[in-house]
Design a protein around this ligand. Structure first.
Ligand code: HEC
Length: 101
């Protein structure tokens, strides 16, 4: 992706990890940065959605409330089952971070 489109979508590479949120929501229990494990890696996810303008809102919603599976048969559990409710703002922070991987 070129620098200009990174600016227009508000995405940057290497967003700092929101560690407290990541810990609280146990993201790394199922995901890793670069190797598919119980779930797609964050790099695969970033690759798939980085250039889709609608993906950010869809992923934020999915992180908070869950939704149907896009990768296989196993959907990701909603926030309430992972470690507690997730605010819209926190979901936004997490999605920006994942898409910057
Ligand atoms: C209990 C295991 C588990 C945990 C914990 C978990 N995930 Fe996932 N995640 C999955 C699975 C399984 C998928 C694949 C679901 C699918 O097929 O859409 C997934 C998919 C995703 C996707 C892509 C969704 C899509 O529609 O393509 C994102 C983004 C994501 N996870 C981010 C996170 C973040 C951020 C956290 C921590 C806040 C987290 N996940 C915690 C299991 C988990």
């Amino acid at each position: 992706m070129c620098a200009a489109s990174a600016l227009t979508t508000g995405l940057a590479y290497g967003e700092p990890e929101p560690s407290a949120l990541v810990d609280q929501q146990h993201c790394m229990f199922c995901h890793t940065r670069d190797a598919p494990f119980l779930a797609p890696s964050f790099q695969q996810i970033a690759e798939r959605y980085r250039n889709s303008p609608d993906a950010q809102a869809m992923l934020e919603h999915k992180l908070r409330l869950g939704g149907k599976a896009h990768w296989g048969d196993t959907p990701m559990p909603p926030a309430a089952e992972r470690g507690g409710p997730l605010s819209a703002e926190d979901a936004h922070t997490l999605v920006l971070w994942v898409l910057s991987q």
